[in-house]
Design a protein around this ligand. Sequence first.
Ligand SMILES: [Zn+2]
Ligand SMILES: [Zn+2]
Length: 188
Amino acid sequence: MSVLDSTIICSACELTISTSRTWGMFKYRLRIGKTLPIKRTLGWCHSCENFTAVEDFSDRSSIHQRISELETFLANTLDIDLSKVRQGFESLDLKTHEQRRNNAWELDNLKNRIPFFEKRESPPRCLMCASIYIVHLRFDPPTEGQGSVRLGFVNPTCGGSLFIETTSRRINMSLDNIFYDREGRRMK
Ligand SMILES: [Zn+2]
Ligand SMILES: [Zn+2]
């Protein structure tokens, strides 16, 4: 699977970080046969002294609201019967069809995230070294051809300002699973 890459650059030094370091199949293994995708973002880890993939709990307070939004969408749109489309009895609204599939997937994950949050004890961690001394970088995913966007985060190593820009490069995403326990520690 290949995805458009974006890069974080610094105004004061040669730093370039590809956001692809947050990509991959990061999952919690909650119990045997039960996994949950890890919501993550790019952050600064004080222990790694680097930008790494870090757990993202920013959806915690809004989770019930998002669930009801998704449920409303699914209740108000029609499931498309693909066999009827093939036979010519129904037309295919591909956009709605795809949105329903994505929303159903997100809804399923969010419903599993509620018991996850109830049992989780430690704050979000760095997914490389498990440190809790992290700072989340917040930004909207840039769109193609947008130019560079200031992140509002000072690079701790040099004091420079950080910018994010989309490159035209596509990067192949690893589809290997990387498993973590419920507390965000990598499992061997
Ligand atoms: Zn710098
Ligand atoms: Zn770290």
